[in-house]
Design a protein around this ligand. Structure first.
Ligand code: ADP
Ligand code: MG
Length: 466
């Protein structure tokens, strides 16, 4: 029965293509579908062969590279067997064999005759968020180099050696904030500075849509007209050959004209594997700086600053609790504050440590709810950003020793184990080593208020798991 209707279908080219499209539609998102499949027509169907008409050659290349399997599967599903698929470009008198599909459109009459290279579609807007400034960016050991470089560039765009400036770091550590601050700062000094911010994904989709609309020349002219071009998250350029090509030319053009380029990436540029070598080598012309996760003091300063900004009055021990337990990124810290703020507004109640705990648990999703020496070691390894193995090993590195001492201290405070047992859990150390660690933690808690706050918050967190 199914076979039969398939056979019937295949004898009616008019219904075949819509049926194939239906299958395709179910397998990709609607945006990709409208972009890449809606404009295609089926113009020939034979036993072995299916010919599709596409608007331009860039289309066929893109589809062959990205959707070949998808089309083949859909064809097989509807027609019962696979076919050779070929493409024909619409209204093509002669197809010039340029290596890049895009060049065909630059040559098109429409673009040649357009009165101004920068058309209405690209009305200049900076796309920067006004909220991101240097003033509200907390500087700590983790980001001071990046922030100094960003300030220098914001002060004198295109005039420093930092061109391009590339900031890399894991997600939620302030890259977007910093590059947009550069734009805001430059425009504060000189309001007519043309700053444009786009993620690499926006750049890509602008480029694709320019190709589809025969407006590549305008696209190029627009991006080349910036004084400062800020491109966020360049890791998403990976594997997008044509877009990289276009970006390469934009980059060269801006650089030659002394315009500033600032880029961010979620990893070091040497690890941007799927980026063309020539792009990577351009990136090395300038300065590459990293942002690391903030330390406890910086996290606390960020929280205080955010509270001030939102006129939020949250007790210090709660801020400390958050700063100790949300170590991975600043976005999480902000998220926790927002949640507390919502609670306080809705219930008009004082925020409590219990509330903070439940929020942290929700955000950080701790995987252990048991309190024993092992989970204490794991917890300390997370808070101090060292591995659990390092804590148990013999290493004398300062931050590892610190984590180890705190873990021993918490083990004594929070479990009923003897000093000897605790020592055994830390790579078979002697009980006198454990005593020494506990004394040293006690001593620091007496003399260093931030350290004390940190340990107390850690204790509160672990007690919750008891
Ligand atoms: P990324 O782009 O690296 O993923 P974002 O720039 O989006 O990170 O930062 C996430 C959030 O944290 C933003 O709201 C940002 O304002 C804030 N933030 C990050 N670092 C800092 C900092 N050092 N001082 C103040 N706010 C920060
Ligand atoms: Mg970002």
């Amino acid at each position: 029965m199914a076979r039969n209707s398939l056979a019937q279908l295949s004898s009616q080219p008019d219904t075949v293509w819509p049926a194939i499209l239906d299958v395709i539609k179910q397998n990709i998102n609607i945006r990709s579908f409208t972009t890449w499949f809606a404009p295609i027509n089926l113009i020939n169907l034979s036993d072995q062969h299916l010919e599709l008409e596409v608007p331009n050659r860039f289309f066929s290349e893109w589809i062959e590279n990205h959707y070949n399997d998808l089309i083949q599967n859909a064809v097989t599903q509807i027609l019962g067997d696979s076919k050779k698929i070929s493409f024909k470009v619409k209204n093509k008198e002669s197809a010039p064999d340029s290596p890049y599909g895009a060049q065909d459109w630059v040559k098109s009459e429409e673009v040649k005759s357009s009165p101004s290279p920068v058309q209405s579609e690209y009305v200049f807007s900076t796309r920067i968020n006004e909220r991101y400034h240097f003033d509200n960016f907390i500087v700590g050991d983790n980001n001071n180099f990046a922030s100094a470089a960003a300030r220098a560039v914001g002060d004198a765009p295109g005039k420093t050696n930092y061109n391009p400036l590339i900031i890399y770091g894991r997600t939620g550590l302030g890259k977007t904030h910093l590059i947009q601050a550069i734009g805001n700062h430059a425009r504060m000094n000189k309001p007519d500075t043309k700053v444009y911010y786009a993620s690499s994904e926006t750049f890509t989709s602008h480029f694709i849509s320019a190709i589809q609309k025969n407006k590549v020349a305008e696209f190029s002219a627009f991006y080349r007209s910036c004084d400062i071009l800020l491109i966020d998250d360049i890791q998403f350029f990976s594997n997008k050959g044509k877009t990289q090509e276009e970006f390469f030319h934009t980059f060269n053009d801006l650089h030659q004209n002394g315009k500033q380029i600032v880029l961010t990436s979620d990893r070091p540029i040497n690890e941007l594997n799927a980026l063309e070598e020539r792009l990577i080598s351009r990136f090395k012309w300038g300065l590459v700086v990293d942002i690391q996760p903030p330390d406890f003091e910086t996290r606390l300063a960020i929280l205080r600053r955010k509270c001030d900004e939102s006129e939020l009055d949250i007790p210090e021990d709660i801020l400390e609790y958050l700063a100790v337990n949300l170590v991975d990124n600043v976005r999480e810290l902000e998220g926790a504050l927002t949640k507390i703020m919502a609670q306080v507004t809705f219930t008009a109640a004082e925020p409590t440590i219990d509330l903070a705990r439940s929020i942290v648990t929700e955000i950080a999703k701790p995987d252990q709810h048991i309190l024993n020496i092992d989970t204490i070691v794991q917890y300390c390894s997370k808070v101090f950003e060292v591995s659990a193995d390092q804590i148990r090993a013999k290493t004398r590195k300062k931050n590892i020793v610190e984590a180890r001492k705190v873990a021993m201290y918490l083990s004594k405070e929070l479990t009923k184990h003897s000093l000897v047992t605790i020592g055994l859990h830390f790579g078979g150390r002697d009980h006198s080593t454990v005593i020494h660690a506990i004394e040293s933690v006690n001593e620091r808690m007496r003399t260093e208020p931030t350290f004390r706050a940190k340990i107390e918050s850690m204790k509160k967190h672990m007690e919750y798991n008891r």
